[in-house]
Structure formats: structure tokens, C-alpha cells
Design a protein around this ligand. Structure first.
Ligand SMILES: Nc1ncnc2c1ncn2[C@@H]1O[C@H](COP(=O)(O)OP(=O)(O)OP(=O)(O)O)[C@@H](O)[C@H]1O
Ligand SMILES: [Mg+2]
Length: 160
């Protein structure tokens, strides 16, 4: 079972991220896929806003994972770990590079969101949520959420 949403503008993508944040909790792993410029980081910005974390969510140039700590003043209770594995595409051993990030040390206490992590990070937790973003000819985005294990399917129903 997967669910799809149309996101006409970047503001809709931000708003969708804030809404999705409402069903997230520590220990979650989200795998964001879609072509360059699809809106993976834009969606993560919405997640960060919804989770009430500190710091701007950006596309890191050198850093490939960043921890955004919760800001109690904004209602935040859980950290957002945002990783972008795109630059690992050329690495001789991408899996070893991912291991160096120590995502498994933070995954239980954080919401972990990984761009370009397909085939690299699924083993971090038993369950995960696929978030596939497609850019259509009219520049609107289509986001497909596919639950894998855990109670993701129930939570997507709650998302409406
Ligand atoms: N509906 C939309 N949703 C998301 N982004 C949109 C939308 N319409 C236009 N955009 C623009 O598309 C770009 C999306 O960039 P973003 O960095 O989020 O993509 P990305 O998938 O993270 O790319 P990369 O693979 O390079 O990390 C932004 O410039 C944003 O303003
Ligand atoms: Mg990005």
C-alpha cells in the first residue's frame, strides 16, 4: 500500500513536511528518493519545522550528515538527523563511508532522514518509510509514501 499527494509549489512541499512530522517519533528512518532538484531537501525543511529543531536544513556541500537538535521553545522533543549520500555515489565503498557517519548511534533517539540512501541505510532499523518525489512536466511534484514494516501503514492512515 502506498499513498500519493500532489505538491504544486515548494510551499506545499514545506507544508506537507510539517504535516508528515506530526506522525514521526524517535527511531524513525525516512528514505527520500527522486531526481536532482525533486524537492527532497525542501521536504526535509518542512520536517525540521514540524519537529521544531534548531538550525537551517540545507543541502550540505561537504558535510553529508547534520544533526538538528530539538528546540524546546518551538515544541521540539526529538532531533532530526539529515544525511545526503549523493556524494557517496563515487566512493569506492559507499557502505563503509555510511558506517563512518555512525547513524546507528543516533537512530534510536532521532528522526533520521536520508537523501540518496537507497541500498545503503535500510538495515539501520527494521522498518522505514520510502518517500519518493517525482517532478512532473508542469513542475508540480508528486510524492509517494510507501511503508515498509513497523506501524508505518497505520501512521499513514492517520496522516489522511
Ligand atoms: N512543488 C515543489 N516542491 C519542492 N520543490 C519545488 C517545488 N516547485 C519548485 N521547487 C524548487 O525545486 C527545488 C528543489 O530543490 P531541493 O534541493 O529540495 O531538491 P533535492 O531533491 O533535495 O535535490 P538534490 O538531489 O540535489 O539534493 C527548489 O529550488 C524548489 O524551490
Ligand atoms: Mg537535497
Amino acid at each position: 500500500m502506498s499513498v500519493c499527494f500532489t505538491l504544486p509549489t515548494v510551499e506545499d512541499t514545506h507544508a506537507f513536511g510539517r504535516r508528515l512530522a506530526g506522525v514521526l517519533r524517535a527511531g524513525d528512518l525516512l528514505l527520500l528518493t527522486g531526481p536532482l532538484g525533486a524537492g527532497k531537501t525542501a521536504l526535509t525543511q518542512g520536517l525540521g519545522a514540524g519537529l521544531g529543531v534548531r538550525g537551517d536544513v540545507t543541502s550540505p556541500t561537504f558535510v553529508i550528515a547534520r544533526v538538528h537538535r530539538p528546540d524546546p521553545a518551538r515544541g521540539g522533543t526529538v532531533a532530526l538527523v539529515h544525511a545526503d549520500a549523493y556524494r557517496l555515489g563515487d566512493a569506492a565503498d559507499p557502505r563503509a563511508e555510511i558506517d563512518d557517519l555512525d547513524l546507528d548511534a543516533s537512530v534510536d533517539d532521532s528522526v533520521t532522514v536520508v537523501e540518496w540512501g537507497e541500498g545503503l541505510v535500510e538495515q539501520l532499523v527494521d522498518a522505514h518509510l520510502w518517500v519518493r518525489i517525482d517532478r512532473r512536466d508542469d513542475d508540480t511534484r508528486l510524492v509517494e509514501l510507501e511503508p515498509v514494516g513497523g506501524d508505518w501503514a497505520d501512521r499513514l492512515t492517520a496522516l489522511g
